[in-house]
Design a binder for this molecule. Structure first.
Ligand SMILES: NC(=O)c1ccc[n+]([C@@H]2O[C@H](COP(=O)([O-])OP(=O)(O)OC[C@H]3O[C@@H](n4cnc5c(N)ncnc54)[C@H](O)[C@@H]3O)[C@@H](O)[C@H]2O)c1
Length: 364
């Protein structure tokens, strides 16, 4: 049975581990959090993500450890890296967690045979090439393989992706990564193999395009509202043009969450560093902010308390990071409105930590 290592068993990594385990791989998952390791090994992990608890309880070939040495001890030659890459203030990704993992791997020596290091974490264009250069005297090869998944459907999205994107270290590594996905994805998705930097640009480019569609739909919707036009019909018609498509072309809240805004800013930053101004990324960010202003103006004169049934960045998750729902609630609260937030206990705890009793909370 082929063994696969996964470093970082967080939201993304644990799902990948479980999906791969289900199709017959033996998984060693490394996570620096002893607590998470214990929860995985005792099958007590509790997360919002659908299917994770089920798949974990049914798993028989998944073992977690906090010690990266387990990978060399088990002679694992295929490792996915799914550690965080937080955003720096300037919009770039911080790669220090990936570098720490690599340092930890190197502490256990250079592997005898080639080991595929497959970076799933989102990186700045050019980073994976730099990492490969850093590892040139070792048997580690670096490939980039980001995932296009949404919080709340990670397990499913990994099984049924629109495409598999591979920035390959070399054709053999690309082939090995492709084989893993052919086994994991029953619908035989398109596989796009290219250089590492190409794949890094593609990953950010796809998410930037999505933010563009969302921001565009909201701008058209705001104009329609202002002019008493029928925004739903307008957008449905625009989206029915096959060159455009309906996906992500709805009127609603702006884009938020832990992926789209960060990828959009990172792409703009990558452009800036190479003398190319990514006008679209920057305009999309501005449009998202203007849409919030429009929404705020709509409610600003309401004499009634304003009720938010959701403050997470989208339904079905407990993530409030860069949520446009919460941003609007905060703007209204700060302007003196009474704002009632209806949310799960987990979400209320997070909002309270930031805003205390400035909101009225109701459990749901
Ligand atoms: N979650 C998503 O939907 C999603 C989607 C696309 C891309 N990504 C990218 O995937 C990466 C991981 O995201 P996530 O949401 O799973 O993050 P996360 O914070 O949920 O999980 C990261 C895990 O890595 C562990 N970790 C940190 N340093 C480590 C180390 N040195 N060794 C071993 N384990 C370590 C943490 O304990 C944590 O469990 C990020 O780059 C993110 O941008 C995530």
């Amino acid at each position: 049975m082929k063994k696969i290592g996964i470093i970082g068993a967080g939201r993304l990594g644990i799902c990948l581990a479980l999906n791969l385990e289900r199709v017959g791989y033996s998984i060693v998952a490394i996570d620096s959090s002893e607590n998470r390791v214990q929860q995985i090994n005792t099958k007590q992990l509790m997360v919002e993500e659908p299917s994770v608890e089920n798949y974990l309880s049914e798993s028989t070939n998944l073992r977690a450890s906090a010690d990266v040495k387990e990978l060399s001890r088990n002679e694992i030659d295929f490792i996915f890296v799914c550690v965080p890459t937080p955003s720096l203030e300037n919009g770039k990704y911080d790669h220090s967690y990936i570098l720490t993992c690599v340092d930890e791997l190197l502490k256990h020596g250079n592997p005898k045979n080639q080991v595929d290091l497959v970076i799933n974490s989102t990186t700045m264009p050019g980073f994976c090439d730099q990492l490969q250069t850093q590892l040139k005297d070792t048997n580690y090869t670096v490939s980039y393989n980001p995932e296009f998944i949404a919080q709340g459907s990670i397990i499913r999205d990994q099984q049924f992706p629109d495409q598999v994107l591979i920035g390959e270290a070399n054709p053999d590594s690309g082939k090995r990564i492709s084989e893993v996905y052919k086994k994991m994805c029953p619908d035989n998705p398109e596989i796009h193999r290219m250089s590492r930097t190409s794949a890094e640009i593609t990953k950010l480019g796809i998410n930037c395009f999505l933010t563009t569609k969302i921001a565009f739909a909201n701008s058209i919707g705001d104009l329609s509202q202002k002019m008493g036009a029928e925004y739903e019909k307008v957008l449905a018609s625009i989206g029915s043009d096959t060159r455009i498509g309906n996906a992500y072309l709805n009127y609603g809240f702006g884009f938020g969450g832990p992926c789209l805004p960060r990828d959009n800013r990172a792409l703009a930053k990558a452009g800036e560093e190479h003398g190319i101004e990514l006008h679209i990324s920057n305009a999309t960010n501005k449009a998202n902010a203007s849409h919030l202003d429009f929404q705020f103006a709509e409610y600003a004169n309401s004499p009634e308390p304003i009720v938010f049934d959701q403050v997470t960045y989208k339904g079905g998750t407990d993530i409030i990071e860069e949520s446009q729902y919460l941003a609007l609630a905060v703007r209204l609260m700060q302007s003196g409105k009474k704002v009632i937030i209806k949310a799960s206990d987990n979400v209320i705890v997070q909002v309270k930590e930031l805003y205390g009793d400035n909101f009225t909370y109701e459990g749901n």
